[in-house]
Design a protein around this ligand. Structure first.
Ligand SMILES: Nc1ncnc2c1ncn2[C@@H]1O[C@H](COP(=O)(O)OP(=O)(O)O)[C@@H](O)[C@H]1O
Ligand SMILES: [Mg+2]
Length: 246
């Protein structure tokens, strides 16, 4: 994205933001509360329209008008409070909005047998321990649900997955399971942007990190050439003020 700005009334959430996401990599996006991270993801995913600036995806203009528009081009989003339907079974969630039917399309006769048999296959591409696919999602643990939400985002020909704090509500073991799914998405060639407050996690799973502060991009650091202390000082502005006082 290039020169993207977005204000809410007097609040400048994004101020002339320019950044790139390397294809096939996991990129972290970090910054303090209110830095503009969620706004940035909502703009890429078509939830919000930028006031100015442009976005390109795979060499083509990508100012998506809606999340459905983004999804059609292979851009999926996973939020912390995930968008699974709790009363529906795992398989029904996987196929939500993409139901398979038998017979003439207009009759909308669901092909439950095909969906059931393909759900295990699709989920096992990404998940080692597939949860019971006939169970309502609300019976699964938070970690299992998030794993299903991410695997669903990775299915259906997706190319870019955006994640806003995917493990914020999870315990240690559940977080590890979610991180494994994220790494599997990368192994399968997807490009990933993940917002996280957990710098240990960012250094565990990402290849590089964009840092934001107060609506602006402060910089990018390749993971191998950086250190959590450096990222913290970029987040807080400690480095900038130290430089300014010299
Ligand atoms: N829908 C909205 N209406 C008004 N202000 C908003 C809205 N969304 C975000 N903001 C403001 O924009 C700024 C950036 O928010 P956000 O992108 O959520 O930051 P982050 O995700 O980094 O915590 C904050 O000051 C926030 O209060
Ligand atoms: Mg946020």
């Amino acid at each position: 994205m290039e020169g993207v700005s977005k204000s809410f009334g007097a609040v400048v959430a994004l101020n002339d933001v320019t950044l790139q996401l390397p294809a096939g990599q996991i990129t972290g996006l970090v910054g303090d509360n209110g830095a503009g991270k969620s706004t940035l993801i909502k703009i890429i995913s078509g939830v919000l329209t930028p006031d100015s600036g442009s976005i390109q995806f795979l060499g083509k203009p990508a100012n998506f008008a809606s999340p459905a528009d983004a999804r059609e081009r292979g851009v999926e989003t996973v939020y912390q409070d995930l968008a699974l339907a709790g009363n529906l079974a795992v398989w029904a969630n996987l196929y939500l909005g993409r139901e398979l039917t038998v017979g003439p399309k207009f009759l909308h006769v669901l092909d439950k047998r095909s969906m059931l048999s393909k759900t295990s296959e699709v989920l096992s591409r990404f998940i080692r321990n597939v949860p019971p696919i006939a169970e309502p999602v609300e019976l699964l643990s938070g970690g299992q649900r998030q794993v299903v939400a991410i695997a669903r985002a990775g299915a259906w020909g997706s190319k870019l997955i955006l994640m806003d704090e995917p493990t914020a509500a999870l315990g240690v073991a559940e977080t590890k399971a979610v991180e494994e799914v994220i790494l599997e998405l990368k192994r399968r060639g997807l490009t990933i942007l993940v917002i996280s407050h957990n710098l240990d996690q960012v250094f565990r799973i990402t290849d590089g990190i964009w840092v934001m502060r107060r609506g602006r991009v402060i910089g990018y650091r390749g993971k191998a050439r950086s250190h959590p202390d450096e990222i913290v000082s970029m987040i807080t502005g400690a480095a900038a003020s130290a430089g300014a006082s010299e």
